[in-house]
Design a protein around this ligand. Sequence first.
Ligand SMILES: *Cc1c(COP(=O)(O)O)cnc(C)c1O
Length: 226
Amino acid sequence: MSIADNLLKYKSELDSAKVELVAVSKNHPAEAVLTAYNAGQRVFGENLVQEMVEKQAQLPKDIQWHLIGHLQSNKVKYIAPFIQVIESVDSLKLLKEIDKQAAKNNRVIDCLLQVYIADEDTKFGLEYDALIELLRSEEFATCKNVRIVGLMGIATNNASEKQTQTEFQELKVLFEGIKLSFFRKDDYFKELSMGMSADYKLAIAEGSTMVRIGSSIFGKRKISTP
Ligand SMILES: *Cc1c(COP(=O)(O)O)cnc(C)c1O
């Protein structure tokens, strides 16, 4: 099937579930993004800053870019002028830098806190204790140019269905707890980004509001990325 056909299939499925589709275009050229754009998609995910910045410069300006990969603090400045959501915030240090760069650009940047849910060493993310510590910190309270709109998690690669389901369930429980404890009055804390090509159905069944789908829209990537 073509990129457009794949997209339309996902759109109808996800629209009826009221789940947002982040089309993950990493490792695919700007032309592939444009094809998806012309089929109606506006939200795209990239995991590398340089690749996102290059594509952003060439492509329509109403595209909403989500950064989904590990972000180094010294690169925040390159995306701060245009980024829609940084889904991969995994430290207070990074959050403070995003806050600083957002202020410089006179904007508030939406962020998801990435939580470590997988049973492997290769995934980034905050452990439970670090997440709570960040949210309780005075430094976080002074960050006025970032808005935490929810949580993100990546399940263990190639795990059993049961394990994947458990990881998503745990993230959902954590999400509800964090909402009650820290964002009770904040309507904007509502996104739970979980689910990729292989496991998005399980993720939606467990309460995902945002799925990040790459290969089953754009085809296999030439280079495998973390
Ligand atoms: C690459 C990537 C995806 C998309 O993965 P697919 O299996 O191609 O759908 C989703 N989330 C993150 C964080 C990624 O790096």
